[in-house]
Design a protein around this ligand. Sequence first.
Ligand SMILES: [Zn+2]
Length: 113
Amino acid sequence: MVKCQRCGKGGLFHKVNDKGFCIDCNRIINLELEAKNLQDDIERLTNNRREQAAMYEEIKSTREKLFNEIAEAAKKKAFEEITDQLNEKQSELNPLLLRKKCTYGCRSRTTKN
Ligand SMILES: [Zn+2]
C-alpha cells in the first residue's frame, strides 16, 4: 500500500507519482512552484525598474549639467566676440579722433579731447 509523502493519504486505489506525491499534492506543489517563480519575477522586475529609474535620474542630471556648460560656453564666446568687435571699432576710431581739429583754433591738428 502506497502513501503520499505530503498529505499521508494512502489506500488500495490511491496512486502516487515517482516522487511519492498524490495527484492533488502534486498539483499543489506545482502551483506553489509557479507562485514562487512569479514572485521571483516580480522581485526581479521591481529591482530592474528601480535601477532604470536611478539611471534615468542620472542621465537627466548629466543632460542638465551639459546643457548649462554649453550655454555658459556660448555666452562666454559671444561676450568675447563682442569685446573683440568693440576693440576693433575703438582702434578704427582712435586715429580719427586724434586728427580732429582743436576747437580753440590753435594750429595743432591733434587733440585728445
Ligand atoms: Zn497527497
